[in-house]
Design a protein around this ligand. Structure first.
Ligand code: SF4
Length: 63
């Protein structure tokens, strides 16, 4: 599983960080950083939740 973020869509509101702070981090510079682009498969449910809850539909999962 690979996390792909469309940074043109992302508005750095940190909804994804609230769900998985080990994977997503919005820093003081107001940009989102993906800390782990390939989370293990046991995180799939949480990652799918992040995809669903992102208000900008900026997150995609590959594989
Ligand atoms: S939830 Fe979506 S818009 Fe918000 S910081 Fe994460 S990727 Fe960006």
């Amino acid at each position: 599983m690979r996390i792909v973020v469309d940074y043109d869509l992302c508005e750095s509101n940190a909804t994804c960080m609230d769900l998985a702070p080990d994977v997503f981090e919005v820093r003081d510079d107001d940009f989102l950083y993906v800390l782990n682009e390939t989370p293990s498969d046991d995180r799939r449910e949480v990652m799918e939740d992040a995809v669903r809850r992102c208000p900008k539909q900026a997150i995609a999962l590959k594989d």
